[in-house]
Design a protein around this ligand. Structure first.
Ligand code: PGA
Length: 250
């Protein structure tokens, strides 16, 4: 398989939305400038500081992204942010279908698909998140859930260039628990197979692992077959730990 450029993405969630976010972006930039990692780095801050963070990393290889977008380009949708607005704020990526959105905002696969499509319309790479709950894993339904989410959440027109898949077992997010290496390998191999027919050039599409990735477990997770990067929550909120993950990526 062709070498895919590893993507290390920081999802700040509802944190670092002010001066602290600008400081974090500056610290990541300064660390990345000193070390020049071979992986690609992506920062997904809260929407209110996206433009400022994009400005900080402008001209560097560090990319920025939104954490969500509305399916429409504009209109009467109080509090929502269009993919086009993220692009105007300097983003080149947008995360869609994060399990916290699926739970907190009752987002279905159809909604996630529409948001991914909106990202593509705005010229953004959509990072489409999928993953099973603990109850689903315990019931032996993990692969079936991934199949269903892939079928429902990936829009027509998806390609290796405009789409990244993030496998995030819901029970591993923010818990310090991770699946075994064998479980990660099984899920990622399954995803690679299932995206065939849904994404143009499935072999070239990056599949990230997310859920309690830290500097000290990243190397092991990132060398699993079909793991092409990481979506990092908690450990992306400090430059040192985020850069430690980038370092582990080689
Ligand atoms: P975590 O979050 O790294 O804090 O587990 C990952 C995510 O939700 O993207």
């Amino acid at each position: 398989m062709a070498e895919l450029k590893t993507l290390i993405a920081g999802n700040w969630k509802m944190n670092a939305g002010g001066a602290d976010g600008i400081a974090l972006a500056k610290a990541v930039l300064s660390g990345a400038t000193k070390e020049s990692f071979s992986c690609e780095l992506l920062l997904c801050p809260p929407a209110v500081v996206l433009a400022a963070v994009s400005h900080v990393v402008d001209g560097s290889p560090i990319a920025t992204g939104g954490q969500d977008c509305h399916a429409k380009a504009k209109g009467a949708h109080t509090g929502d942010v269009a993919a086009e607005m993220l692009a105007a704020a300097g983003a080149t990526y947008v995360i869609v279908g994060h399990s916290e959105r699926r739970t907190d905002h009752k987002e279905t696969d159809a909604i996630v698909r529409a948001k991914a499509e909106a990202g593509h319309r705005a010229g953004l790479v959509a990072v489409i998140c999928i993953g099973e709950t603990e109850a689903e894993r315990d019931a032996g339904e993990t692969l079936a859930v991934l199949t269903r989410q892939i079928a429902g959440s990936i829009p027509a027109g998806a390609s290796a260039a405009n789409t990244v898949i993030a496998y995030e077992p819901v029970w591993a997010i923010g818990t310090g628990r991770t699946p075994t290496i064998a479980e990660v390998a099984e899920a990622h191999a399954h995803i690679r197979r299932e995206i065939g027919g849904k994404v143009a050039e499935p072999a070239l599409t990056r599949i990230l692992y997310g859920g309690s990735v830290k500097a000290d477990n990243a190397a092991e997770l990132l060398k699993v077959a079909n793991v092409n990067g990481a979506l990092v929550g908690g450990a992306s909120l400090e430059a040192a730990s985020f850069l430690g993950i980038a370092r582990a990526a080689g």
